[in-house]
Design a protein around this ligand. Structure first.
Ligand SMILES: Cc1cn([C@H]2C[C@H](O)[C@@H](COP(=O)(O)OP(=O)(O)OP(=O)(O)O)O2)c(=O)[nH]c1=O
Length: 190
């Protein structure tokens, strides 16, 4: 049984490694990640993970794992910021508030798709101008949903969360292990 990681995210590769899993290959999906008009954040993230899984070619004896992570405040979806200006806007929108980080995981084996949606509530303390400017200068916001990475220096902005830390980083490991086992892929530990 071969495992394909359908993701260009180095975080997802590293997180699988935490489970002792090294995928047999990595195939990054190319899809349009724009939300549809009026689409709820939960529907959006589920659809994108599903579309990523559908976009990755695989043989009968291969399992594909894809995921999508998005940050939501109210009904607003914060994806990966286009530039530093948008990252600044996102950080101010998150400052001093709680938001949700949704990660949908999709595991495909043949025609069968298994999915899980993990919802984590994250609290940001109020940020100051120097903190936001310092963070923007670090470049850590690039390629991250919501414009921050909890596993880096933005960890200092977050006094509390409820849910899955690994889900925020991009692949919730408890749910991922369950999905992979259900698909027939051996996952040790636990
Ligand atoms: C909120 C948050 C997001 N992220 C990252 C995880 C994801 O890589 C990224 C969200 O973008 P995604 O579209 O989920 O993934 P990606 O574009 O990096 O990779 P691919 O589509 O090929 O799978 O944000 C962190 O690393 N830390 C965080 O704290």
């Amino acid at each position: 049984m071969k495992l394909i990681l359908g993701s260009a995210s180095p975080r997802r590769l590293e997180l699988l490694g935490q489970l002792g899993i090294v995928p047999d290959c990595v195939r990054a999906p190319e899809i349009d990640e724009d939300p549809k008009k009026g689409e709820s954040p939960r529907d959006y993230v589920t659809r994108i993970a599903r579309e990523k899984a559908a976009a990755v070619r695989c043989a009968e004896d291969e399992i594909v794992i894809c995921a999508d992570t998005t940050v939501t405040v109210g009904r607003r979806i914060l994806g990966k910021p286009r530039d530093a200006g948008e990252a600044a806007e996102f950080l101010w929108a998150l400052s001093g508030r709680r938001h949700h980080v949704l990660t949908a995981v999709a595991v495909k084996r043949g025609a069968h798709l298994r999915e899980r949606l993990v919802d984590t509530i994250v609290k940001f303390r109020p940020l100051s101008n120097p903190e936001v400017n310092g963070y923007l200068a670090s470049g850590e916001w690039q390629g991250k949903a919501g414009g921050y990475a909890i596993q880096g220096r933005a960890g200092a902005f977050i006094p509390w969360l409820q849910g899955s830390f690994t889900g925020v980083v991009g692949l919730p490991l408890a749910e991922t292990a369950t999905l992979l086992r259900a698909a027939g892929y051996p996952v040790e530990a636990e």
